[in-house]
Design a protein around this ligand. Sequence first.
Ligand code: 3PG
Length: 235
Amino acid sequence: MPRICLVRHGQSRWNLENRFTGWVDVDLTEKGEAEARRAGELMKAETFKPVRAFTSVQTRAIRTLNIALHALDRLWVPVTKDYRLNERHYGGLTGLDKAETAVKHGEDQVKIWRRSYDTPPPPLDDPSPFPSLTDERYAGIEVPKTESLKLTLDRVAPYWQSTIVPAISEGDLLIAAHGNSLRALVKLLFAVGDDEITSVEIPTGNPLLVELNNQMRASSAKYLDDSRAQALPKI
Ligand SMILES: O=C(O)[C@H](O)COP(=O)(O)O
């Protein structure tokens, strides 16, 4: 059966500072690097041998992928980077402290912005105060001003179909991405309903090993680090 591993990047500097990050390009912390190494070691212990890897154009995911591939002794495999695996764009919340935002707007409103399927956060001001949101890596792309999970899935799903699915017959595939781009992919692969997806959380640096059936839907799944696993949607 075809196998893929989904790995959310290790802890980033803004994960540590509890700030909404989205498309801002922050690096891993030392703890995040250690999580990425552990992710690679766990995949190795599972004899998961990626023949190709896919990631976003954001440093925290790219470095997680490289560190994990190094631990797997497979830094040589072809890697494809694409903005369609980026974190969802956090709009006007970008850069704000998550706890302070909950105090200002209320827990319920912030939960809707963070976890609802189709309510995007307010749009980001134009021009953006964060250069990495609009720099040359996005040349020719219409950079969003905000994204809901639904809008994130609208870019992740075509990428999955056009670029990742055709590689599935080659062997194990590794995807290193972000909390919400992976929630979008989980929604697709596990056929999760719009309401149920609100409770799906993806831990940092914990490989989610998924076996796929002929319809490219999950037929079995498990986190490789049991001690840091989150509940998975029903298959
Ligand atoms: O972009 C971010 O802030 C995080 O990577 C994901 O944040 P969330 O858990 O608040 O959606």
